[in-house]
Design a binder for this molecule. Structure first.
Ligand SMILES: *[C@@H]1O[C@H](CO)[C@@H](O)[C@H](O)[C@H]1NC(C)=O
Ligand SMILES: *[C@@H]1O[C@H](CO)[C@@H](O)[C@H](O)[C@H]1NC(C)=O
Ligand SMILES: *[C@@H]1O[C@H](CO)[C@@H](O)[C@H](O)[C@H]1NC(C)=O
Ligand SMILES: *[C@@H]1O[C@H](CO)[C@@H](O)[C@H](O)[C@H]1NC(C)=O
Ligand SMILES: *[C@@H]1O[C@H](CO)[C@@H](O)[C@H](O)[C@H]1NC(C)=O
Ligand SMILES: *[C@@H]1O[C@H](CO)[C@@H](O)[C@H](O)[C@H]1NC(C)=O
Ligand SMILES: *[C@@H]1O[C@H](CO)[C@@H](O)[C@H](O)[C@H]1NC(C)=O
Ligand SMILES: *[C@@H]1O[C@H](CO)[C@@H](O)[C@H](O)[C@H]1NC(C)=O
Ligand SMILES: *[C@@H]1O[C@H](CO)[C@@H](O)[C@H](O)[C@H]1NC(C)=O
Ligand SMILES: [Cu+2]
Length: 349
């Protein structure tokens, strides 16, 4: 087959896949997202079991080094680490990433309940007034023996594989709780971000404020910018952050369904692997996190920039391509702006 024909066949195959996926999620019934504490105990158990199902299922991605389906779902975040953080696509990418995880637990692990988020605002000053960290659910803090390994709960001794450069080095799930970090999502910080009337400044407000709250309150793997989805709590935290963005959008919905912006390449020096972040200096690892390689994946390689779709510019647009490896089809940011529209089809309560 000539190369033109091959490309054409690939494009046809891609567009058919996209159509099927969109038909599949035509959004006849909007799915609810509720605080973890509002799930019924049956839903809580089913949700934990669905994540365990991914953890125990063999990888399907074909990636060298991937052993489980949990490794597969961590991969989109690793392979694009420098392309989806410190950029305008930060929030849209993570919105779609939540849906990718939801898609896997529903279609491959039989989860039928509501999706939980961690209500971090409600947890300020009483982080442990919840059953979330109990033995039957996510488990608690890491050990105090200097390894910070999680040794209780349903994810005790969970083995993770990827490190930041996409190579494999087995390590255990770690946590190092810092309850005070939840204050980064207090009323003052939420009000500050909500007072901003353009996305270009608002995304930075969440990124530098409330985003840190849940990551740092849990600690360990959760504070590693690349590897954090290794902790099942990641999805509950990012769902809370996504809710903050959606609540801001709803303050002026018609305009904010169309408002994106910000750089489409990481701000220089903010991310290893980014345009000038990759200056040969390894970012020091947080305690309990595997050694952080100098070079993270993503950034400004042609395999990413050719597909940005931002009309050749350096500003993130609605046309920007969001990539979920082979878990869900590529979509544009425009398709992710409305939480109630077919691709996400969800609402926060
Ligand atoms: C998707 O749904 C539309 C409208 O119902 C239909 O015309 C189309 O053939 C479907 N596409 C696929 C790939 O099933
Ligand atoms: C969690 O563990 C870390 C490190 O072992 C420790 O500094 C911190 O105080 C612990 N937090 C709680 C709430 O026990
Ligand atoms: C986790 O590993 C520790 C140390 O190897 C071991 O003592 C403990 O029994 C393990 N826990 C589970 C639930 O596997
Ligand atoms: C966080 O807020 C709580 C409740 O308002 C307060 O008790 C605590 O001292 C604050 N912690 C930090 C680190 O600011
Ligand atoms: C966006 O909002 C920020 C903060 O309110 C403001 O400083 C900036 O000028 C605004 N940018 C545009 C393009 O309106
Ligand atoms: C895009 O590039 C122009 C020209 O170099 C620069 O003025 C602008 O600040 C850049 N925008 C972003 C979001 O990086
Ligand atoms: C390299 O970048 C890091 C941030 O990623 C910065 O802290 C460091 O100072 C830079 N080093 C040099 C030599 O520019
Ligand atoms: C999806 O996006 C990725 C990276 O941005 C690109 O490499 C890939 O070819 C795209 N896939 C399709 C089917 O367009
Ligand atoms: C969650 O539970 C709280 C406390 O019982 C209740 O006030 C709230 O309405 C519930 N929310 C949902 C979405 O069920
Ligand atoms: Cu992330």
């Amino acid at each position: 087959m000539g190369s033109f024909k091959l490309v054409h066949a690939l494009l046809v195959a891609a567009s058919v896949r996209l159509a099927v996926a969109q038909n599949h999620s035509s959004c006849t019934e909007i799915r609810a997202r509720v605080p973890w504490t509002n799930l019924t105990s049956d839903e809580k158990t089913a949700y934990i079991n669905a994540d365990l199902c991914l953890i125990n299922a063999p990888a399907k991605s074909g990636l060298e080094g991937a052993v489980t389906r949990w490794d597969d779902i961590q991969w989109p975040h690793i392979v694009q680490s420098a392309t989806v953080h410190n950029v305008g696509a930060f929030l849209p990418f993570h919105r779609y990433y939540l849906t990718a995880h939801e898609h896997l637990i529903r279609t491959e692990c039989g989860y039928t309940g509501r999706m939980p988020y961690w209500d971090e605002f409600a947890a300020i000053g009483r982080m442990y007034d919840t059953d979330m960290f109990d033995d039957q659910y996510f488990g608690g803090n890491g050990t105090d023996d200097g390894t910070y390994r999680v040794i209780d709960g349903q994810f005790a001794n969970l083995t993770l594989r990827w490190i930041g450069d996409g190579s494999v080095k087995d390590h255990k799930l770690t946590r190092m709780n810092d309850e005070g970090a939840l204050n980064k999502t207090d009323q003052k910080n939420i009000d500050k971000c909500n007072a901003i009337t353009n996305y270009t400044s608002a995304w930075e407000c969440w990124s530098s404020g409330p985003h840190g709250a849940g990551h740092e309150a849990i600690g360990g793997i959760m504070v590693d910018g690349t590897l954090s989805p290794g902790d099942p709590l990641f999805y509950l935290h990012h769902s809370y952050l996504d809710k903050l963005w959606w609540e801001w959008q709803k303050l002026d919905l018609p305009n904010r369904l169309l408002d994106v912006g910000g750089p489409n390449l990481p701000i220089a020096g903010t991310q290893p692997g980014g345009p000038s972040g990759n200056n040969g200096t390894a970012v020091p690892s947080a305690p309990g996190v595997p050694e952080n390689p100098t070079k993270h994946l993503g950034g400004n390689g042609p395999e990413f920039t050719d597909y940005f779709g931002d009309n050749g510019g350096n500003v993130t647009t609605l046309n920007h391509n969001i990539y979920m490896t082979n878990i869900l089809p590529n979509v544009t940011i425009g398709q992710l702006m409305d939480l109630n529209s077919p691709v996400i089809c969800s609402e926060y309560y």
